[in-house]
Design a protein around this ligand. Structure first.
Ligand code: SF4
Length: 321
């Protein structure tokens, strides 16, 4: 696979401009220009993730899980655009699991999927009743619900002959999961761009891994996707995820670029400079006699390029013990 997937680079002016369509004067021409730039950026970021993680290969059949939320609509929409210009052939089948939640507008997704001309399958399974029946009143239903949904999607992937299962998680989902695992699970891990499923039989991909959520919000508004509310089950959104999301947004407001830096750090790991003996053989460390710029620097503080006095101040404070 080569990077014909990736659209030509944006100009510096484009890259440095605000990503929010709504931040520019509200003229029709401006809106069109901004949405064109946004489309190019979404295609570039998704193409880049697909290439860098070798997500899709010749002859793949990609099952795109579509829930009716903005992220999965955008995933399908941009993937269809990329397929039209991809240097390889692959198939896409959109799959929605209708869990029979009260008030689920069953006609909305089929109508949309027909309108964009993609192969699709609606799987009707009343997991809502099972979950309601099994989970005591007042307890959270999400864990059983997700387990049931996962099993059904694996089966559907088998039945459809799908070779990849594509999910709509984006950059900010990945970061939130990273912090949730750290805060509550004492683990450095997140949802990766590509991984074998827990039943060992499927490859799960997240082509939106590089895309920030605000771009998906803007794209969804621009495309006027027929969004289906995700609260039909009556369950509360994960409150801790919300808290972590707000924490990241606050950081970004105060220190622009911090969120992207954290994200990039997930791709730039130095096992010898962490503490996991499973990843680095600390027990057998020996002096080599050869200078090594990656070696220990004793008392020296790490050096950072900082872009503002505010950042410099913050690093100094954090470095003090
Ligand atoms: S929010 Fe509702 S649909 Fe989503 S996992 Fe929880 S119970 Fe299931």
């Amino acid at each position: 696979m080569n990077n014909i997937w990736i659209t030509e680079p944006e100009t510096q002016a484009e890259l440095s401009s605000s990503t929010d369509i709504g931040h520019t004067p509200n003229t029709r021409a401006n809106k069109e220009r901004e949405s064109h730039k946004l489309e190019k950026r979404l295609c570039r970021l998704m193409g880049q993730a697909i290439v860098e993680y070798n997500m899709i290969g010749e002859g793949d059949k990609v099952m795109v899980c579509v829930s009716g939320g903005k992220d999965s609509y955008a995933l399908l929409d941009i993937l269809l655009k990329l397929r039209a210009r991809a240097p390889i052939h692959f198939d896409i089948v959109a799959v929605n699991l209708d869990q029979k939640q009260p008030g689920f507008p069953a006609e909305v997704l089929p109508r949309y999927l027909e309108s964009v001309g993609v192969d699709f399958h609606i799987e009707n399974q009343d997991t809502y009743s099972i979950v309601k029946d099994k989970v005591p009143e007042g307890k959270t239903m999400c864990s059983l619900c997700s387990r049931l949904r996962r099993g059904i999607l694996y089966r559907v992937a088998d039945e459809l002959g799908a070779t990849k299962i594509a999910l709509g998680h984006h950059r900010d989902d990945i970061l939130q999961t990273f912090f949730l695992n750290m805060f509550f699970g004492a683990k450095l891990k997140t949802m990766p761009p590509k991984l074998v499923s827990d039943d060992g039989r499927h490859v799960v991909i997240r082509p939106l891994a590089y895309v920030p959520e605000h771009d998906l919000i803007d794209w969804s508004l621009h495309k006027e996707f027929p969004i289906i509310p995700c609260t039909l089950c009556g369950s509360q959104e994960n409150l801790q995820r919300k808290v972590v999301g707000n924490m990241l947004r606050e950081w970004e407001k105060k220190y622009p670029g911090r969120v992207q830096n954290i994200f990039r750090s997930l791709q730039n790991i130095a096992p010898s400079h962490l503490m996991d003996s499973g990843l680095y053989d600390f027990k057998n460390v020996k002096a080599t006699g050869t200078p090594n710029t990656l070696g220990d620097t004793l008392f020296d503080e790490p050096e950072f390029k900082v872009s503002s006095s505010l950042d410099a101040f913050e690093i100094k404070v954090e470095g003090e013990s």
